[in-house]
Write a protein that binds this ligand. Structure first.
Ligand code: HMG
Length: 445
């Protein structure tokens, strides 16, 4: 069977930065460690005045197409995943194609374009759609371009304000990919939930604490569903497990839950039992509440064991390298987690080809998906092309007053003028609105 997967990836971060410990915490009267240690976040990325979901997505796609020597004729499908769209009819992919047509000969008239929505999991769903399209043999030799782009803003004062972020990930999906091959084995956990939603409003209505419980419940279901096709999973199965990362603290909670599940009835559980006992089994408890309390206590002990710490440091922690500097990118978040892990492996000189990643995607509302990916032979050359460290380092560091203006500038209900903080250079920029209120873009060489 032909391998299909991600051939290349590019990342574009919003060009502004809000430092959570230095700038945000003092204004909120909070201990900086609530953000850096509790949530695990150092900074958020924000779009400059000339940036939005289209420019960030188009800039990531442009870098990717240039690097791979692609022309519009090589791409048969453009899917954009976003939950920050500004139009209920015209998809963001048409705007991105329009931008790219400004800089390439030819056009994308032959390309099927769409926009995927299911909160943060839409990025992975677009990947699945592209995979299925190629596997079905409908691609006529062409590749698919998947762009996950979001400006993850919360209302000012919402507890989610500390987890904001903005950026885009562009991925090229092809046969015989250079980066990772997607597996046919997938598991889902999906339920009608009211934890985070935007009923025709820009900023989400969020039940923050509940959203974390729903994340964990759906992720657990997805893991069980995954195991029903792939067989029991074991901590040694995966070189890395990139999770959807609204903030690293959420991943810490998901990781210990996954580890506990995977070691159940294995020699690892037996060895740990000497120190912390066996995992509580529900059948041994009279009521659910007592069982859940016992599980919570057990997980606190499990988290502190050397076995868990070593696994976490090797398999999970590297996935957080980018996200802790940029915040939540919604649809792009799990894809920067994968990129961060591969980047760390390259920096450490690890030979990863043939190893497996377990990818845990999630979207509020709510759905989790777990699938496996096999790292392809060309992964290192691909991942070494990323300049995300440079982009992160070059962001303009906002004062709190500047941050307030930036938030207003990107608030759809406000129209405020704001000078650019950075000078556009070799990128697409937003220049204003046209007669039908459409957004207009230009390329600044
Ligand atoms: P909060 O209530 O302000 O924070 O907001 P908190 O008081 O719960 O503190 C956060 C953590 O910091 C806690 O750690 C504290 O103990 C710790 P935990 O106990 O949970 O491990 N802490 C400290 N640590 C060290 N030193 C200190 C200190 N103080 C406190 N001094 C909340 C947290 C997540 C509710 C908020 O950020 C929020 O509402 N976020 C938005 C919703 C969200 O991100 N949910 C995550 C799951 S849902 C999801 O991922 C989907 C999403 O991406 C959307 C989509 O799919 O489209 C959001």
């Amino acid at each position: 069977m032909t391998a299909v997967g991600i051939d290349a990836i590019e990342i574009w971060t919003g060009k502004l930065k809000l430092d959570l410990a230095e700038t945000f915490a003092p204004e909120k009267g909070e201990d900086p460690e609530k953000y850096t240690k509790g949530l695990g976040l150092h900074a958020s990325s924000f779009p400059d005045a000339h940036e939005d979901i289209v420019t960030m997505g188009a800039n990531a796609a442009h870098r990717l197409m240039d690097r791979k020597g692609l022309r519009p004729d090589d791409i048969g499908r453009i899917d954009v995943a976003t939950e920050s769209s500004f139009d209920n009819s015209k998809p963001v992919s048409t705007y991105i194609a329009g931008c790219l047509e400004q800089v390439y000969d030819g056009d994308f008239h032959h390309a099927n374009k769409g926009e995927r929505k299911f909160a943060c999991i839409a990025g992975t769903q677009s990947l699945d759609d592209a995979y299925n399209w190629i596997k079905a043999g409908r691609n006529r030799g062409r590749a698919a371009l998947v762009v996950a782009t979001d400006t993850a803003l919360y209302a000012r004062g919402d507890p989610g304000e500390a987890t904001q972020g903005a950026g885009a990930v562009a991925m090229l999906i092809t046969e015989d990919p250079d980066l990772v091959e997607l597996s046919t084995e997938q598991g889902y956990g999906s339920a009608d939930e009211t934890d985070f939603l935007k009923p025709n409003q820009q900023f989400p209505s969020v039940d923050g604490k509940r959203s974390m419980q729903v994340y964990l419940a759906r992720m657990r279901e997805a893991l069980e569903d995954y195991e029903s096709v792939a067989g029991d999973s074991h901590p040694d199965d995966f070189a890395y497990v990139p999770f959807h990362t609204p903030f690293p603290g959420m991943v810490r909670k998901a990781a210990v839950l996954a580890y506990r599940h995977m070691i159940r009835d294995t020699p690892i559980e037996e060895a740990l039992a000497e120190d912390i006992g066996f995992q509580p089994r529900e059948d041994d408890f009279e009521d659910r509440e007592a069982y859940e309390e016992a599980i919570r206590d057990h997980m606190d002990e499990l988290k502190a064991t050397d076995a868990y710490r070593e696994w976490y440091d090797e398999v999970i922690e590297p996935t957080l390298d980018i996200s802790r500097e940029v915040g939540n990118w919604y649809t792009g978040s799990v894809h920067i987690a994968r990129a961060a892990a591969l980047k760390r492996a390259a920096e450490e000189g690890r030979d990863l080809a043939g190893e497996v990643l377990g990818v845990g995607s999630y979207g509020s509302g709510a759905q989790a998906e777990i699938h496996a990916e096999t790292v392809a032979d060309g992964w290192k050359d691909e991942i070494e092309q990323l300049n995300v460290d440079e982009q992160i380092a070059n962001r303009y560091d906002l004062s709190f007053a500047e941050y307030e203006n930036v938030h207003d500038r990107h608030n759809h209900d406000k129209t405020i003028e704001m000078e650019d903080f950075t000078v556009p250079n070799g990128e697409f920029v937003f220049t204003g609105r046209g007669r039908m209120n459409e957004r207009i873009y230009d390329y600044v060489a």
